[in-house]
Design a protein around this ligand. Structure first.
Ligand code: NAP
Length: 246
C-alpha cells in the first residue's frame, strides 16, 4: 500500500509516533524514526519494523533546532533520496494554570510544537511537493479544538496547526500533494501518564466511547491519510476522540 514511499515520522521513538512508524512500515513504507534523546527506544522501533519485514532507519534530531533538522534531512536523503510523507508528530507539554505559566514554559512548547513543524516542513517542502504522492500530516489534538485547563501553551500550538495545515494545503494543491491534520483525543502514552489520575478520570467521564484511545486507533487513521486512498482529501482535520464534543 505504501511501497516506494519514504515516510519521516518525527518523535517516533515512543508513543503515538512509534505506533505510526510501525504501521507505515507494516504497509510497505521506508520509515525514518526520528528521536530527540531516546536512542535505545528509537532503535527498538527500527528493529520492530524490520522484524515485520519492513525497512527503517533511526535519525537523531531535535526538531526545535533548524540546523539539526537540516542535518537530519541530509541523512535521510543519503539513505532514501527523498521524503514523500512527512508526519509532524513530535510534541511536548508543560502544563500549568495560565497565571503560573512563565514565559519560558510558553516558549518551550511553542518552539517544539510549532517551531518543530516549521523546521521540518520548511526543510522538506520541496520533497513533499515534488512527490507524486506527497503528504503533509500534522498531529494536532482535541485540545486544539476545545482548549484545556492548564494547557494554554499546548492548546495554542495545537490550534495553530489548523491554520498552518489549511494554508499548506492551498500552497501544495497545484502539485497534487496534500496537507491534513489528525486531531486525537486522549491517547494512552507517556504524555497521558503525566496527567494525575483524578484528572484522567474526569476526562474519561467526558468520552462517550468510555475509553482512552490506543496508539493503534490513531496510527490506522494516519496510514489512511498517508495512502493513495486519501488523494482527494486536503486541508482537513480528522478528529479521533471517542466522540468528545467540541
Ligand atoms: P510522548 O509519548 O511523550 O512521545 C513524544 C515523542 O516525541 C518521543 O518520541 C520524543 O522523543 C519526541 N520528541 C519530543 N520532543 C522532541 C523534539 N524536540 N525533537 C524530536 N523529537 C521530540 O507523546 P505522545 O503522547 O506520543 O504524543 C505525540 C504527539 O501526539 C504530540 O504531538 C502530542 O501533542 C499529540 N497528541 C497526544 C495525545 C495524547 O493523549 N497522548 C493526544 C492528542 C495529541 P524522545 O523519546 O527522544 O524524547
Amino acid at each position: 500500500m505504501l511501497e516506494e514511499q519514504t515516510c519521516l515520522v518525527t518523535g517516533s521513538s515512543r508513543g503515538i509516533g512509534r505506533g505510526i512508524a510501525e504501521e507505515l512500515g507494516r504497509h510497505g513504507a521506508d520509515v525514518v524514526v526520528n528521536y530527540r534523546s531516546s536512542e535505545g527506544a528509537a532503535h527498538e522501533a527500527v528493529d520492530a519494523i524490520e522484524d515485520e519485514g519492513g525497512t527503517a532507519i533511526a535519525v537523531q534530531g531535535n526538531v526545535a533546532e533548524y540546523d539539526e533538522v537540516q542535518a537530519m534531512c541530509e541523512e535521510i536523503h543519503d539513505a532514501f533520496g527523498r521524503v514523500d510523507v512527512l508526519v509532524n508528530n513530535a510534541g511536548i507539554t508543560v502544563d500549568k494554570k495560565f497565571q503560573n505559566m512563565t514565559r519560558e514554559d510558553w516558549d518551550r512548547v511553542i518552539q517544539v510544537n510549532l517551531g518543530g513543524v516549521f523546521n521540518c516542513t520548511h526543510c522538506l517542502f520541496d520533497d513533499v511537493k515534488a512527490s507524486d504522492t506527497g503528504r503533509l500530516i500534522n498531529i494536532s489534538s482535541v485540545v486544539g479544538q476545545q482548549g484545556n485547563y492548564g494547557q494554554a501553551n499546548y492548546a495554542t500550538t495545537k490550534s495553530g496547526l489548523f491554520g498552518f495545515t489549511r494554508t499548506l494545503a492551498l500552497e501544495l494543491a497545484a502539485s497534487g500533494s496534500t496537507a491534513n491534520c489528525v486531531a486525537p483525543g486522549f491517547v494512552e502514552t507517556d504524555m497521558l501518564e503525566e496527567v494525575p489520575e483524578r484528572v484522567q478520570q474526569k476526562i474519561l467521564d467526558r468520552i462517550p466511547l468510555n475509553r482512552f484511545a490506543t496508539v493503534d486507533d490513531i496510527a490506522g487513521i494516519v496510514r489512511f491519510v498517508a495512502s493513495k486512498d486519501s488523494s482527494y482529501m486536503t486541508g482537513q482535520i480528522l478528529a479521533a476522540n471517542g466522540g468528545m464534543e467540541w
